[in-house]
Design a protein around this ligand. Structure first.
Ligand code: CO8
Length: 260
């Protein structure tokens, strides 16, 4: 599949999906969001791909937000639709059965921060900067930033960041729990791929069920979520990888997982 605003590379069991509009700091317009949805669908169906890495082209930005030039001309109905489209694509990333890791190489602002938050794991360059600066433009986050930021860093810090529009550096983002790791800028892709390959070497169905158990469980009362976890735990016993993993441990040898 050919994309105008994205690059897709595959290596080993990883897919690297790069938002490729560096002249606009990879800002998200409707076409880019549409392509992102198509690419995620394509990679979800691709049996060779076990982990997806999402990053931005160029040295400066992961994604500097929704495209302001595109948004400027929207009426309320079109703006609402644009927000819903973005939310749908980000939900698709969040619920993609394969783990998605954001490799945050620079600015992750507005829709860019929201995109990173829809990913499962966030690894950031020491040069990365984060923020929800929508109030500077007379709007609020519209790609679920009010919800995902509050869930990730807590209500108080989310309100502070969203009400002030302040940008924070990678160190502060790490301290508040917005990102998982900070790495030297020139090691970002290597370190991200290293984590991707580590995850790809595990029992695939178990990783996928763990993602579902966490995401779905957080939307449920604890007792129901624990029961849900037990159901997925039971389901793991229908896989060859569960048999192999436990047999390999007891035989004191490395497991040979087949992904099923
Ligand atoms: N949209 C469109 N173009 C952008 C964006 C953007 N979000 N960000 C940067 N650009 C463009 C600039 O206009 C500029 O283009 P040109 O060279 O043609 O003038 C080019 O990228 C380079 O940018 P700068 O010259 O500004 O680069 P600097 O290094 O000086 O500054 C910054 C970098 C600080 C990142 C600065 O570009 C900036 O502040 N960008 C805007 C950040 C922002 O406000 N993002 C939030 C946007 S709102 C949003 O994301 C809402 C999401 C929900 C939408 C809901 C649907 C309705």
């Amino acid at each position: 599949m050919q994309f105008n605003n994205l690059l897709v590379q595959k290596e080993n069991n990883l897919a690297i999906l790069t938002i490729n509009r560096p002249a606009a700091l990879n800002a998200l317009n409707a076409d880019t969001l549409h392509e992102l949805g198509q690419a995620i669908q394509m990679l979800t169906e691709d049996q060779e791909v076990k982990v997806i890495i999402l990053t931005g082209a160029g040295e400066k930005a992961f994604v500097a937000g929704a495209d302001i030039a595109f948004m400027q001309q929207l009426d309320p109905i079109a703006a609402r639709q644009f927000a819903l489209t973005g939310q749908m694509v980000f939900n698709q990333i969040e619920s993609c059965p394969k783990p998605v890791i954001a490799a945050i190489n620079g600015y992750a602002l507005g829709g860019g921060c929201e995109l990173a938050m829809a990913c499962d794991i966030r690894i950031a360059s020491e040069k990365a900067k984060f923020g929800q600066p929508e109030v500077n433009l007379g709007v609020i986050p519209g790609f679920a930033g009010t919800q995902r930021l509050a869930r990730l860093v807590g209500k108080g810090k989310a309100k502070e960041l969203i009400f002030t529009g302040d940008m924070i550096d990678a160190q502060e983002a790490y301290q508040i729990g917005l990102i998982n790791q900070i790495v030297p800028h020139d090691q970002l892709m290597d370190q991200t791929k290293k984590m991707g390959l580590k995850i790809a070497s595990k029992a695939l169905v178990a990783v996928q069920l763990a993602k579902r158990a966490i995401n779905e469980g957080l939307e449920m009362p604890l007792e129901q979520a624990n029961y849900h976890e037990a159901n997925y735990f039971g389901l793991c016993f229908a896989t060859n990888d569960q048999k192999e993993g436990m047999a390999a441990f007891l035989a004191k040898r490395p497991p040979q997982f087949q992904g099923k």
